[in-house]
Design a protein around this ligand. Sequence first.
Ligand SMILES: *[C@@H]1O[C@H](CO)[C@@H](O)[C@H](O)[C@H]1NC(C)=O
Ligand SMILES: *[C@@H]1O[C@H](CO)[C@@H](O)[C@H](O)[C@H]1NC(C)=O
Length: 305
Amino acid sequence: MIHVHPFLYFCRGNALRQGSAWRGSRATAALLLVTVSVFVAALWLYVTSLDSDVTETLVSQAEFVSPQPRVYNIQCSEDYNNYKRYPGCTPQKCGRAVIDAVVSREEAQSLKRLAERGLALAGSEGGASILDLHSGALSMGKQFVNIYRYFGDHIGDVFTEEDFQLYRAVRGRIQAVIADTFGLDPKLMYLTKPTFFSRINSTTAKTQHDEYWHPHIDKVTYGSFDYTSLLYLSDYGSDFSGGRFIFMDQDSNSTVEPRAGRVSFFSSGSENIHRVEKVTWGTRYAITVSFTCDPEYAISDPALH
Ligand SMILES: *[C@@H]1O[C@H](CO)[C@@H](O)[C@H](O)[C@H]1NC(C)=O
Ligand SMILES: *[C@@H]1O[C@H](CO)[C@@H](O)[C@H](O)[C@H]1NC(C)=O
């Protein structure tokens, strides 16, 4: 009969138990790590979503507002009294509106590609770059260059005549829906500057030009503005996060979530003070299209120079 020394037996058994206990605690540690990571990620998303003090969502990314715009009427501010009045154009009805039926997602995609090609020529060192096809202004490092002068004949390799046709067609449709919504004569409103493409990501601002998030009033910042519109070229939530547009009222911060092809427009006075949330990840593309009632501030559509 073979006797196993009790001590040896004890030692082996203990080693076995220790081994499984060690594997067990490794699994527990892994589970704990995953749980903690998920919790931290959720907390981070929650904290970044709180960043903006948003109290109300006027239109979410998932909604599709068609065929008529969703309109929120508000009383006009007195800002317009400081300027010459143009009957048929100067705001008498003020408000905000959103529509997804004016620009298709395919058109938004084409315009986004146009923006990508143009902005690929240079771009800001900070997170916010602009391209203005009218003036030719393009962010470069800490300043701007004129693409038509700087790149000369090569610009024809970057933009095509069809790009400009699409841009003109889209701005015409935006003008028509603004006129229709506010009861204006579209022939008495004019495109004005700045009208530009913007590309924003989460890179830290390097100059004031990169600081897009400050609250502002378009009519105060640019005296010529009477109606401001934004055409979004990418989707909140899937292409980028943060970057929501926020109307700041006395008792609320209401947001319009960007959606590719969505047009958001509003009267430019202090009834519509607004800001844009900081982009937290991804890249946000949009076009700002501005209108004035004063023919002196009219600009013409861009064309290949
Ligand atoms: C933001 O865009 C700039 C310019 O394209 C790029 O250099 C930078 O890496 C981007 N930052 C992030 C966080 O994606
Ligand atoms: C709106 O947002 C601003 C800036 O984040 C904040 O100071 C203000 O308290 C917010 N208003 C409301 C009603 O939540």
